[in-house]
Write a protein that binds this ligand. Structure first.
Ligand code: LMZ
Length: 152
């Protein structure tokens, strides 16, 4: 399939907005660089990362019903460790459920969740710290395109 015909969904959580916004920006820019049309990049949001698995299923089903099926979806979230075990439980459950959705939905569900111990780790992985790491959103955009067309 030609990349310009691909329809890619991005579903992002709204916690840690500054970091999220840069990750989404990185994913969108990479998708456009790979010739995905801007009108075929569909962006919606959910409250937090815990809502990403169920939100992803509802998101995919919605566009299926609209007759505009997605070719891949990139759930994006930023989880940062606090002083309780809340972080560990959400990271573990969200990761497993997003992995499962690849098989349940039969389309690429890219793992776009940062699970970081500090704000700085997350900022670096969103390309927000000069000279430190790169914007991981770009990697997720590239993975979404590759997995959409691979094995066709
Ligand atoms: O607590 N920290 C975080 C968080 N908590 C909210 C959770 O995902 C969910 O939205 C609520 O529990 C309501 O279900 N959500 C994040 O995306 N990142 C965090 O770092």
């Amino acid at each position: 399939m030609v990349c310009s015909k691909l329809r890619i969904g991005i579903l992002h959580a709204r916690w840690n907005k500054t970091i999220i916004d840069n990750l989404v920006k990185g994913a969108v820019e990479k998708l456009k660089l790979l010739n995905v049309s801007e009108e075929n990049i569909i962006i919606e949001s959910v409250p937090g990362s815990f809502e990403l698995p169920f939100g992803t299923k509802k998101f995919v089903d919605k566009y299926e019903k609209l007759g505009k099926p997605l070719d891949a979806v990139i759930p994006i979230g930023v989880l940062i460790k606090g002083s309780t075990m809340h972080f560990e439980y959400i990271c573990d459950s969200v990761t497993h459920q997003l992995m499962r959705l690849n098989f349940d939905l039969g389309l690429p569900v890219i793992f776009g969740v940062l699970t970081c111990l500090t704000d700085e780790q997350a900022e670096a992985r969103a390309g927000l710290i000069e000279g430190k790491m790169h914007n991981h959103g770009e990697d997720w955009g590239a993975a979404a395109v590759e997995m959409s067309v691979k094995f066709e």
